[in-house]
Design a protein around this ligand. Structure first.
Ligand SMILES: Nc1ncnc2c1ncn2[C@@H]1O[C@H](COP(=O)(O)OP(=O)(O)OP(=O)(O)O)[C@@H](O)[C@H]1O
Ligand SMILES: [Mg+2]
Length: 605
């Protein structure tokens, strides 16, 4: 949803922000130059027409021979052809610039979003990010393309008209041009009102769309809670607001038009009154008067367009600031300079000495949390002085109450977040001195609500290892216990899972995502509630396959369903960010403490 950028209020234009955004236009310099030239040509042609008309009228009035008019008509025809060609050219150029800039800003924003750390996304709703990528980019690129055109065209046309008027008859021109400032002010005022009410309409519209969306996707919940009538009342209120804003917008347009017509008539009246007198007194030709009247008529469009663009740039100021701030955000977690340099130099050298891409040891034998303290942003401390060492071949199960910090521990291990104090060590080296990409490409993670990408099941599994053959994919699927259900689907492995995998059940998504992690063959396996939505029968079927896979790796298994983890080498009971018990299943049961209580509670009924 792009509600947020649509409800922007006009802001003071800050040149420094726009200068940075305008950098995106740099690759289109040539087109921008051509565009400006064409805007100028169009303005000059438009200025020429009334002048030619005036000259023709003078000829006719003085009953001069046709041979004198013919060249004027020829010039008229040539100008008409030039203006048509220039219009065609500017549509192409402005379209090219707007599309190109849109593409580039979107690309840069997307690349930046991919590089940002999880903490960035914790504070920003998806809707906010989506609006950055869609409507903000769209709006800025439109402004860069079309506003440039209209600014050059508008200013050139106004200047041209004023110059020709002054040249034809400077004193009459000064009188007629007195209408220009009030016209500009009225236009600015109304454009502000109109854009404001149009923004309110869009906001109401987005609200209504969101309501439709929520009511359709939440229809079961609404019905279950008998919320239909309350929902209807809410909807009527939103719809009523939309109606009010639309009426207000129509009213403003209805007022704006007569104002402009009145000012236009005033300009024509001034030209007729003072100009007519001069024509009668012989101080001015009839043709010049007609040209004046035409110029007065031409004056309005550029003034209105300039006022509209000026307001649009003000409205887009917030969008420009947001895109700029997104592009300037540095990822909270990234490789430090030394690591980056090493990775680049190895890449350049094409080093193939069996070490990792960052030059360190490619193997992972041990991970250690040493004195780790962590909190999310400004929230409360989740882990304090947390210590844990896990060696290759160990499967560590984390159990404990909801909110205890289990997922946080594995997220720190994955370096999705970094500890504020202490360190996470990989074979005794702080992971901040190793490559982020290297570590993360050695991780296989299966989450409680895994994400699948829209596309075939096989493609989703292959996401773990793009080089895998079809045989590897089916083998991973059968290890994960996913093969059985995939085979029953009408298109088997080619079945499209829909957006976010929504055509599969949560349990099926978990199985596919487990197969994906198995195929990736990672050195560290993290299963965070990976089989929580799978029935117990399927779970026991996949248990064997998973045990085999976990074999020689470092594995973290988080599960509320304790049957899943009883075979783990170590079970850690996590409470409030601390390890309160540590041992294997039988040992902890015998101890009769927290773990034993959890087990009893679960199997009591
Ligand atoms: N992204 C986040 N931003 C801020 N606080 C968070 C974030 N993720 C988790 N927390 C907080 O950190 C604490 C620990 O959460 P965590 O997800 O690690 O618990 P958990 O043990 O995995 O719980 P569960 O068993 O329900 O999955 C909770 O109090 C939670 O509110
Ligand atoms: Mg969790």
């Amino acid at each position: 949803m792009n509600i947020e950028s649509d409800i922007d209020r006009p802001k003071r234009i800050e040149v420094s922000v726009w200068r940075k955004i305008l950098r995106f236009a740099a690759p289109y310099r040539r087109q921008a130059f051509l565009l400006a030239v064409m805007a100028l040509i169009i303005a000059l042609c438009e200025v020429t027409f009334p002048y030619l008309t005036g000259r023709v009228i003078d000829h006719v009035e003085q009953q001069l021979p046709f041979s004198g008019v013919a060249p004027l008509l020829a010039v008229y025809a040539v100008v008409a052809v030039i203006i048509s060609a220039a219009i065609c050219g500017f549509i192409l150029c402005a379209g090219r610039i707007a599309t190109g800039v849109n593409h580039d800003i979107r690309q840069a924003s997307f690349a930046k979003l991919q590089s940002l750390s999880f903490s960035y996304f914790d504070h920003r709703p998806v809707g906010w990010i989506l609006s950055r990528l869609t409507s903000d980019c769209e709006r800025l690129s439109r402004i860069i393309g079309w506003t440039l055109l209209d600014f050059v065209w508008g200013f050139s046309l106004l200047t041209g008209i004023a110059v020709v008027m002054l040249w034809l008859n400077w004193s009459l021109a000064l009188i007629v041009l007195t209408v220009a400032p009030p016209l500009a002010l009225v236009s600015l005022y109304f454009q502000r009102l109109l854009l404001g009410s149009a923004r309110d309409i869009r906001r109401s519209n987005a609200e209504i769309t969101a309501m439709f969306n929520e009511n359709i996707s939440g229809v079961r919940t609404s019905k279950a809670f008998v919320r239909e009538s309350e929902n209807l009342v809410e909807f009527q209120a939103a719809s009523g607001r939309m109606y009010e804003h639309t009426v207000r917008n129509a009213l403003q347009s209805a007022l704006f038009v007569p104002f402009v017509i009145a000012l236009g008539s005033l300009m024509a009246a001034l030209a007729l009154w003072f100009g007519g007198g001069r024509v009668l007194a012989g101080g001015m030709s009839l043709g010049s008067l007609v040209a004046f009247l035409n110029y007065a008529g031409l004056f309005f469009q550029p003034v209105q367009e300039l006022a509209r663009h000026w307001m649009e740039v003000q409205m887009a100021q917030a969008a420009a600031e947001r895109i700029q701030s997104l592009l300037e955000t540095e990822p909270a977690i990234c490789d430090d300079d030394a690591v980056q340099r090493e990775i680049e130099s190895r890449k350049k050298r094409g080093a193939e000495d069996g070490s990792a891409e960052d030059g360190g040891d490619a193997e992972i034998r041990e991970v250690e949390f040493r004195g780790v303290s962590f909190r999310y942003d400004t929230g409360p401390t989740i882990l304090e002085n947390f210590n844990l060492t896990v060696r290759r071949g160990d499967t560590v199960a984390l159990v404990g109450e909801t909110g205890g910090g289990k997922s946080t521990i594995v997220q720190l291990l994955c370096r999705f977040y970094e500890p504020q104090h202490g360190s996470v060590l990989i074979d005794s080296i702080d992971y901040r001195s190793r490559g982020l990409h290297w570590l993360q490409s050695n991780l296989g993670i299966v989450q409680q609500s895994p994400h699948l990408f829209s596309g075939a099941i096989a493609e989703n599994i292959r996401y773990g290892n793009l080089a895998a053959t079809d045989g590897d994919v089916t083998e991973a699927a059968s290890r994960a216990g996913a093969d059985d259900f995939i085979k029953t689907l009408p298109e088997g492995y080619e079945t499209n899972v829909g957006e976010g995998g929504n055509r599969l059940s949560t349990g099926q998504k978990q199985l596919v995502s487990l197969a994906r992690a198995i195929l990736a063959d990672p050195r560290i396996f993290v299963l965070d509630e990976a089989t929580s939505s799978v029935d117990t029968h399927t779970e026991s079927l996949i248990e064997k396959g998973v045990q085999e896979v976990l074999g020689d790796r470092i594995s973290f298994v988080i599960a509320h369903r304790l049957s899943t983890i009883r075979r783990a080498d170590r079970i850690l009971v996590i409470d409030d960010g601390r390890i309160v018990e540590d041992g294997e299943h039988g040992e902890l049961l015998r101890a009769g403490s927290r773990y034993a209580q959890l087990v009893h509670r679960q199997f009591k009924w």
